[in-house]
Design a binder for this molecule. Structure first.
Ligand code: FAD
Length: 459
């Protein structure tokens, strides 16, 4: 590609946009990043949703490619597994992996964004804040950005646009006007509300910091992730509207009194950890969750979408950001591999669309697992068998969570193997309450017949 054409205009300097800016600058591209919000390094982070995020291997690999991993990990807290609060017994840690090499990390969205913006700027990307994409003329390759505060606009010429502007992408809407992207949005009938557990009186964590806490309650649940200032962000996931089963729903909780009564009944131990419960309940809105499906992600060589703008998903696998970061590495690689931007965008879409669809489905499946199955005897037996089969067939039977979280094999491959493995686990444990009574020779034979050895994606 000619030197003049190695220029990209990225819309959105959130998580994916900022990371892509670093990756492309390091490969010699000219990069302009336009962000609707003000500079979070001057104004403080005003993200407005999901205060902390679980970072896993796919995301860390992308951060390493941008030399950003060390700076991010200074703010990260290790989570070894799920700490399940059932109410009846003492909370139990269910490890995610075999040891502390197989863990996930809680990071603050604002810290992460600030680290990535600093590195993008240091790498030579030009950052433009208070500049929300407003309109695009794809024929003349001009984009209009508007300052949301003053209303002032500026028009810029672009070679190609990258939409990293999140689930409500303005670039996607502009592309949709000139090409049918085949957009479908499945809004989840459950929403979320964020609350907070502050530090204890002595300044420490009030509950085990190195875990993702879950209070599973069947149709709904609370989770809590640690923050490095010794707080926890608590998220309640609950149906928006009451169903025929008469279970709780946001539309039944009319005020703070009702919210407090609901927590006192369903999550009394969690409520006891939140002295500011009433204030946080009143201040924080109920968030929507949705899965966004598109048949097309690019407009020839003029525009492409990635991250949430292309494939927003429900957050129950903790992979939306990890997937968005993986997108950035793949797009940067494809841009280097193709002389023509249109070919690079097409190759990116062909590679990533099946994987995005797979993690979108696995994320929906995981909601049921988290809210309803983690304290269920059948599930726990299957999980025990999963670990036993991992030890008996190393590299061949790899637990679902490990394939998604600790490896970088394509999500679509992880999903296919998960489906096969789930069948093996369900058949093997049906009618049993302990591993001692299982037909091990038959199970081993099934594993060998159905699963080939698995290799991780090399660095
Ligand atoms: C409750 C919840 C919990 C989650 N937990 C996890 C988790 O644990 N792990 C995980 O991996 N993922 C998680 N996710 C998903 C994760 O938040 C997203 O996948 C990730 O933020 C996507 O990054 P992005 O850069 O594509 O979009 P965003 O992070 O949304 O960034 C988009 C950026 O574009 C800017 N923008 C918007 N419109 C315009 C415009 N018109 N012009 C210019 N700029 C614009 C925005 O201001 C923003 O800075 C969670 C999501 C939710 C809702």
């Amino acid at each position: 590609m000619s030197g003049a054409a190695r220029q990209l205009t990225i819309v959105g300097a959130g998580l994916a946009g900022a990371l892509l800016g670093i990756l492309l600058r390091r490969r010699g591209w000219e990069v302009d990043l336009y962000e609707k919000r003000g500079d979070p390094r001057r104004l403080g982070y005003a993200g407005g949703r999901s205060i902390n995020l679980a970072l896993a291997e796919r995301g860390r690999h992308a951060l390493r490619a941008a030399d950003a991993d060390d700076a991010v990990m200074r703010h990260a807290i290790m989570m070894r597994g799920r700490m399940v609060h059932t109410g009846a017994a003492a909370p139990q840690l269910q490890r995610y992996g075999r040891d502390d090499d197989e863990v996930i990390w809680s990071v603050h969205r604002g810290d992460l964004n600030v680290v990535l913006l600093d590195l993008a700027q240091a790498a030579g990307a030009r950052l433009h804040f208070d500049a929300g994409l407003d309109a695009v003329n794809f024929d003349s390759r001009h984009a209009v950005f508007r300052n949301p505060g003053s209303g002032a606009t500026r028009e810029v010429h672009f070679h190609a646009l990258v939409g990293a502007d999140g689930a409500g992408s303005a670039l996607r809407a502009a592309m949709q006007r000139v090409r049918d992207l085949g957009e479908r949005v499945d809004v989840l009938d459950h929403g979320y509300k964020e609350l907070e557990i502050p530090p204890s009186a002595d300044g420490g964590f009030r509950i085990e910091p190195h875990a993702l806490h879950i209070w599973p309650r069947g149709h709904y649940m609370c989770i809590a992730l640690p923050n490095d200032e010794r707080t926890f962000t608590v998220t309640l996931f609950l149906p928006h509207r009451a169903g025929t089963d008469g279970g709780p729903a946001f539309d039944q909780i009319h005020d703070v009194e009702a919210a407090q009564a609901f927590f006192a009944r369903e999550f009394p131990d969690a409520l006891a950890l939140m002295p500011e419960f009433r204030a946080h309940w009143a201040a924080n809105p109920v968030g929507q969750l949705a899965t966004l499906y598109l048949d097309r992600w690019h407009l020839d060589g003029r525009a492409v979408l990635l991250g949430d703008a292309a494939h927003a998903m429900v957050p129950f696998h903790g992979q939306g950001m990890n997937c968005a970061f993986e997108d950035c590495v793949v797009l940067a690689d494809q841009l280097d591999a193709h002389a023509d931007t249109a070919d690079a965008f097409a190759a990116f879409e062909a590679q990533r669309r099946p994987d995005a669809a797979a993690i979108q489905r696995m994320a929906l499946d995981n909601y049921l697992e988290m809210r309803d199955r983690v304290d269920d005897a059948d599930y726990l037996l299957q999980r025990e068998l999963e670990l036993a089969l991992q030890a008996r067939h190393p590299g061949r039977f790899v637990p679902h969570y490990a394939m998604v979280t600790f490896m970088r094999i394509p999500y679509s491959l992880a999903m296919r193997r998960t489906d096969l493995q789930r069948g093996i686990l369900e058949r093997a444990t049906a009618g049993h309450t302990t591993l001692d009574t299982l037909d091990w020779p038959a199970i081993d034979a099934e594993v060998r017949a159905q699963l080939t050895p698995l290799e991780d994606t090399p660095a």
